[in-house]
Structure formats: C-alpha cells, structure tokens
Design a protein around this ligand. Structure first.
Ligand code: FAD
Length: 334
C-alpha cells in the first residue's frame, strides 16, 4: 500500500428520509479543521434515493466537494448495498481519512467497510487531531470503562477511519453562499446484493425533545432518591422550559428512560445550562456533559467531583433547595 496515493478527508453523510442527520454536519466541521492542517479538502459522501437536493446544505456547512450516489436500492439503509458503495468509493477516490457518525447506522456500516478495505477503525472517538510530525490522524476514545483515554493511530493502513459520537464535535456556522463541487458516482447495484429486505419501517413516536437538542437540561442522579422524587425536578424543568435528563444510575434503577441518559454510554449533551442534581460526577458521566456552557451542581457532599467541573455549586439537600429555586424562578420569569 502506497500511503502517498491517499488524499482528502471523506465524511459519510447519513440521511434518513432525505434529511441529513446532525452528526454529519458536526463531522464536516471537524473535518474542515483537520483538512486545513493537512492542506487538503473535505468531501461529503451521501447515499440514498432522490437526494440530489442535499448537496447545497452540505456545502453551506463546509463541504468542499459532495459525492452523490443516487440509486433506488439505497432508499432505506441496509448494510450490504451501503457497504458495497462505500467500498467502491474508497477504492476509486482513495481518501486519507473517512469519518462516520457513531449512530446506529454508522456503527453498523463502518466496521463492515473497514473489514472490506482492510484498514482499522477507531469507534466512538471523542477527539481527533493530526500528529504534527507524522501527519497521521490521532483518534482518541475512552477505554477501560472510561478510566483512561486511549489514542490510536493507523500508520500503515489507509484510509484512517473513525466513528464519532453525536454531539462531541461542533458544526460550523451555516454559510448559505458557500458552493461545493458536486459529483455523481454511478454504481451498478443489483437487487440480489440485498441480503436483507426491509418489510416495514415503524417510526418511534416521542413527544419529548431529544436531550441533545435541549438548551437547558435539569439532570438528576441517584441522590434524587426515587422515581417519584423526579416530580420536583420536573416542576423545576417546566418553569425553565427545560428538558429532563439523568445519570446512568437512574436509568439502571428504572427511574428514567435510556434516551435520557447522559454520559459515555448515553448521550453527549452541550446545553447552555446543565443542572446536575444529586449527581456525584463520575468520569463516565462527565464525558457526556462537561462541554456544557454553564454547569450548576446541587449536591449535599461538598467533596463530590461534580463541583470540579461546575461553574456554580450549591452544597445541600436538593429537596430543600429545589422548591426554593423553583418558586424564585417562577417569579423571575413571570
Ligand atoms: P452516585 O455516584 O451514587 O452519586 C449520587 C450523588 O448524590 C452523591 O454525590 C451524593 O452526595 C448526592 N446526594 C445524595 N442525596 C442527595 C440529596 N438529598 N441532595 C443533594 N445531593 C444528594 N454513568 C453515567 O451517568 N452515564 C454513563 O453513560 C455511564 N456510563 C458508564 C460506562 C461504564 C463502562 C461504567 C463502568 C460506568 C458508567 N457509568 C455511567 C456509571 C458511573 O460510573 C457512575 O456509577 C454513575 O454516573 C453514578 O451516578 P450518580 O452520580 O447519579 O450516583
């Protein structure tokens, strides 16, 4: 393998029902930073059916080039045809780096592609940077239950591939005037390459805002005590027009839903304000929320590690503090 033949950064752009998934914009944002260090460009690769209109939006968020693979066989995601297309694209264009969102689709697709092109894959990265000396991609992810951060490089194989969790990287400001070079990639996909047939797609219905989109989060931990006590947090959240989230301890106890879990094995959030109530601040929890703009912690233990990352801290029993705060905010926001 001649490493010098591989150039450019490719981002697998996930779309569902012709709507681009947020993490793809975040990856393009990060890819732009990496590309400037490598003096190369960023290509968004989008697969689907009837997706020609998506190129403009990808350009607006920073893609220099967009490769579109528009084929009825790619309408809904299935592993085999998507793997086949990504394999052909990598063989044809020889990108130096390929990034995927660590979504259900990205987590299914990226390992298949990496096996087919005989390269490595670093899953669930929280940091990507270019080694100033070797120019290799340094891919960092939590390891051993989050107790250490492992930095992984792929010095002998190309492309260098990583999945990145949604919410970790930041998308660029939208520039509606930005233009990208758009190229259509033709591939002869035969229906018999579909090993799986999609019989029906049932959409999950939820009236809750995704905690990753919330501007204010009121997050509870084991210190809340029981499921019923979450009512106090709910009342506070309603006054602030905030969403409720929690630590894993509460999900494990059945007090909150898995989709509300913040942290290494939950979601990565970056709200304007994050209230941590009865949360100790374990490293696996911090991994999902420490990038929040303002962190306000309420904990009865003044030595709780959450206070190390908090901008404001209140030491005491939340059951006494929260009703006072709720009443005060009601008056302030009336
Ligand atoms: P605790 O650590 O038990 O803390 C409870 C806190 O509440 C204490 O600090 C206590 O002082 C305070 N408190 C108690 N009563 C009150 C009161 N009345 N008023 C105010 N404060 C009070 N955790 C996550 O959150 N997210 C993850 O994604 C995640 N992933 C993990 C992955 C792995 C591989 C492993 C090993 C662990 C993971 N964990 C995760 C678990 C993590 O290590 C902690 O166990 C968990 O975060 C602890 O939750 P907690 O802070 O709610 O509970």
């Amino acid at each position: 393998m001649n490493l010098q033949d591989y150039k450019g950064i490719f981002v697998f752009t996930q779309q569902v029902d012709c709507k681009i998934t947020g993490v793809s914009f975040e990856l393009i944002g990060k890819a732009k930073e990496l590309a400037s260090e490598l003096e190369t460009d960023v290509t968004a690769v989008v697969l689907g059916a009837g997706i020609n209109t998506l190129a403009e939006e990808l350009a607006a968020f920073g893609a220099d080039k967009v490769i579109i693979v528009d084929n009825p066989e790619l309408k809904d995601y299935t592993t085999e045809p998507y793997t086949q297309v990504m394999y052909e694209i990598i063989e044809h264009y020889k990108p130096e780096i390929v990034l995927y969102g660590a979504t259900a689709i990205g987590r299914d697709l990226a390992p298949r592609v990496s096996a087919r092109v005989h390269t490595g894959l670093t899953a669930d990265c929280t940091k990507l940077e270019i080694d100033t000396e070797t120019k290799d991609l340094r891919m960092t992810r939590p390891a051993f239950g989050g107790n250490i951060m492992a930095t992984i490089v792929s010095p002998r194989h190309r492309p260098q591939m990583a999945t990145v969790r949604p919410g970790v990287m930041q998308k660029r400001k939208k520039d509606p005037d930005a233009k990208a070079l758009v190229e259509e990639f033709k591939i002869d996909l035969k229906p018999n390459q579909n090993y799986v047939e999609v019989v029906e797609i049932v959409k999950k219905v939820s009236d809750k805002i995704d905690i990753m989109d919330a501007k204010i989060l009121v997050s509870g931990g084991r210190g809340v005590g029981c499921k019923e006590n979450f009512k106090l947090l709910q009342e506070f959240a309603e006054v602030l027009n905030a969403s409720l989230s929690s630590s894993r301890a509460c999900v494990d106890a059945g007090w909150t839903e898995k989709e509300q879990q913040v942290g290494q094995t939950g979601k990565t959030v970056r709200p304007n304000v994050y209230f941590a109530i009865g949360i100790s601040g374990a490293i696996q929890h911090l991994a999902g929320m420490e990038e929040s703009d303002i962190i306000i912690a309420i904990n009865k233990d003044e030595s709780a590690p959450i206070f190390d990352v908090a901008d404001y801290g209140i030491v005491g029993d939340y059951q006494k503090i929260l009703p006072i705060l709720t009443e005060k905010m009601k008056i302030e926001l009336a």
